[in-house]
Write a protein that binds this ligand. Sequence first.
Ligand code: NAI
Ligand code: MG
Length: 328
Amino acid sequence: MYKIAVIPGDGIGKEVMEATLHVLEALDVELDYTFADAGDEYAEKTGIPLPQETIDIVKESRACLFGAAGETAADVIVKMRQELDLYVNLRPVKSYPGTKCLFDNLDFVIVRENTEGLYIGMEEYTEDGATALRVITRKASERICRFAFEYAKKTGRSKVTAVHKANVLKKTDGLFRDTFYKVAEDYQGIELDDRYVDATAMFFLTKPQMFDVIVTTNLFGDILSDEGAGLVGGLGLIPSANIGEKQGLFEPVHGSAPRHAGKGTANPSAMMLSAVMMFDYLEEHEEARRLENALIGVLSEGKVVTPDLGGSSSTMEMAEEVRKKLED
Ligand code: NAI
Ligand code: MG
């Protein structure tokens, strides 16, 4: 039995969450849900986008499923990453059948440092402009690189690539790259290399099959993971994991999509694949594969899918179809 915090949030977040929880009922794993509030709607009622009670519920849970927030996303999801020290942002780049991918058979992951770099938000105005501080610490670099190698080992991936710009950012990215090679000494047998971020951005478009696990700093990881999402077609399909020492928070990459909200046509795949990532995190690999394969079945048949995938089914009809596959 796992204690799971569930934060549906706003807009289509609520719809894809409902659909996903309906599908999870058909799995052989006991989940003890605690529902919690956050987001625009909650802030309209109370003035607070992320109440302390929600943070406490997540802290007391083994994992959290998060739908989406709207305009308050920064106050909700960014704050949660900090409060819970969710230092890993894990984003798979995987092509599924029946979807509009630029390449078939892509399957790599981006491990993005989630707590420092340029995103600590220390900016200030100067006399004729503004500056931003980019902080790279040995501690954060070491733990993110170690996570990447451990992840490769655990999931049977053979290569880890560090992505940086150490030729220009000699001290910050120099430290990141050197830490990567130092950590790598503990992981004999895993192939490794390092690349500049600009070249990496190009290779995503020309030879993405060369990547297996990528580990990189915060801003580069943010940009590359959206580029990766573009390779495998559509926000409705892309899940993510935020992982710390104690918890994992699993969420679709998309937001609350206000224009689609209330119509019941949002694609639930990204939320379901976020649940797949949660089961892998909980070491429930068999259930993770069952859920993923049921969804792959529905995607490749392409009959009961949402409009963004070229179908005409609703969110719940697609979920029902995935559930049917699980129960067969
Ligand atoms: P968005 O991801 O909500 O939607 C962009 C477009 O992508 C939609 O108009 C729709 O065409 C498509 N789309 C996204 N998810 C889909 C799905 N499941 N099925 C079918 N189509 C889908 O991004 P947008 O419009 O930039 O932001 C809307 C709100 O969401 C904003 O208030 C923003 O702050 C928030 N947001 C929250 C995030 C979070 O909670 N982690 C992440 C991104 C945005
Ligand atoms: Mg982003």
